[in-house]
Design a binder for this molecule. Structure first.
Ligand SMILES: Cc1cc2nc3c(=O)[nH]c(=O)nc-3n(C[C@H](O)[C@H](O)[C@H](O)COP(=O)(O)OP(=O)(O)OC[C@H]3O[C@@H](n4cnc5c(N)ncnc54)[C@H](O)[C@@H]3O)c2cc1C
Length: 405
């Protein structure tokens, strides 16, 4: 039995707040490339402190994104710390209370202490809208490319269809995600991509099996990858997967691989799945040697990526944004090498404290027998997963204090 989308919810409204020519007519404190959760939240935090910010994204908004659309405890804490704690509720986000994990036909049901599902189409647009409200200037459908530095100011080339201009800023933030091009002229900053890196694939379904009840995240694991399914705020089903690239090569293979992983664990597939237009990402697992230079700060997916299985990418992006804002604010008007060094250290500490949980989950998933044994054990004793669930949802210490406003 399939259920169809019925809920009409408020949608954020987004337009460019200035022209590409106007963007080049002044000197900005900060230009932020990429308006996903990392970029939008940095822009919001800086503008709220009175900093002039230009936020640029090459996509037209609202835009879709391959993502499981789950915000965990860390993401919620970051939004509260940014003064945006009410945003998910305002846009009808669905509270999440259960993770249903399947492998080898076994199931474990784990309680979630916090979190919501909210489509990326709505979340990202809502964050940008909040940033614009506190004074950020927003330039969508514009690619930003950082030029090698020649003066005290950073130069960013802006490209919008056939129009070109240059924006100058005291500092720039690279928040342009996995397939970002902002740093493409900096050969020494290229990321190292893991040979085991899966690729992300995803699609959203208007009609989907009733089985997928709101409030639960369904995660189906197999040797070749895993598929997550969650009902979003408007009733549509988000299906997002991370699969080894050789499994999905060739036309139609994405849908076939997703269907095989779902049905292999006894989960139903939406009727429209075989013909669905799945979107893909570049290989996921990667890291960069360094994430800062004088007047340049890198965060979110573009800084590095471990595995999305623990559903933490948005949370990491948002927490890093909230951590970067005071440091970057302090560095103005003249960010120095010392500020870059501070961000490098902060970023490394943040990842170091969290990577072992992600890597352990990914390693277990890649070993099918172990994965089945772990899920079977958790099916009987879900309490054993409590430390892992707590670790994934725990925000960085500096976000655990009272909200800003
Ligand atoms: C299959 C899958 C499932 C996932 N599920 C979850 C989940 O359930 N929960 C979770 O927390 N995380 C999840 N993630 C991870 C999450 O999607 C990312 O970690 C998150 O989007 C990172 O945010 P970001 O702001 O760094 O980058 P993005 O959200 O990718 O935003 C980057 C933006 O930069 C823009 N851009 C790129 N280049 C340029 C340029 N040169 N100039 C201007 N703009 C540019 C892009 O258009 C884009 O809008 C999942 C990922 C995958 C692949």
């Amino acid at each position: 039995m399939e259920t169809a989308v019925t809920r009409e919810l408020p949608q954020p409204e987004l337009r460019a707040t200035l022209s590409i020519e106007a963007a080049s007519s002044r000197i900005w404190d900060v230009v932020v490339a990429g308006a996903g959760p990392a970029g939008a939240l940095v822009a919001h935090g800086l503008a709220w402190r009175g900093v002039s910010v230009l936020l640029v994204d090459r996509a037209a908004y609202p835009r879709a994104k391959v993502c499981g659309s789950c915000l965990n405890g860390g993401a919620m804490a970051a939004m509260r710390a940014a003064g945006l704690g009410d945003l998910p509720r305002q846009f009808g986000a669905t509270p999440l209370h259960e993770l249903r994990l399947r492998a080898g036909g076994r199931e474990a049901s784990l309680k979630l202490p916090a979190g919501v599902s909210l489509s990326r189409r709505t979340l990202d647009a809502a964050l940008i809208e909040a940033a614009v409200r506190v004074g950020v200037e927003f330039l969508p459908e514009t690619e930003a490319i950082l030029s090698p530095q020649k003066t005290d100011l950073r130069s960013v080339r802006l490209r919008q269809a056939s129009r070109r201009s240059i924006a100058r800023a005291r500092a720039v933030v690279a928040a342009d995600g996995l397939s970002g091009s902002f740093l493409r002229e900096f050969a020494d900053m290229r990321p190292v991509v893991s040979q085991y890196a899966p690729i992300g694939v995803g699609a959203v379904f208007d009609n989907s099996p009733e089985f997928y009840q709101p409030g639960a995240v369904f995660l189906s694991c197999a040797r070749e990858g895993y598929v997550g399914a969650v009902r979003m705020e408007d009733g549509r089903l988000d299906v997002a997967a991370a699969i080894h690239p050789h499994e999905v090569r060739g036309r139609g293979r994405m849908a076939a691989s997703v269907a095989a992983i779902l049905s292999g664990n006894g989960l139903p597939c939406p009727d429209e799945l075989p013909g669905a237009a799945f979107r893909g990402t570049p290989p996921l697992t990667r890291r960069r040697g360094y994430v800062a230079a004088e007047g340049l700060f890198v965060l979110g997916d573009v800084a590095g990526y471990i595995e999305p299985m623990t559903g933490e990418g948005i949370s990491w992006a948002m927490q890093q944004a909230v951590m970067l804002v005071p440091l970057l604010y302090e560095s103005l008007p003249r960010p120095s090498f010392e500020h870059a060094y501070l961000w490098q250290c902060k970023y490394e500490r943040f990842v170091h404290d969290r990577r072992s949980v992600c890597l352990a989950a990914a390693w277990i998933r890649r070993n099918p027998r172990l994965a089945v044994a772990v899920v079977a054990l958790l099916g009987r004793l879900p309490i054993l997963a409590a430390p892992w669930v707590r670790a994934v949802n725990r925000p960085v210490a500096e976000l655990q204090s009272e909200p800003r406003r």
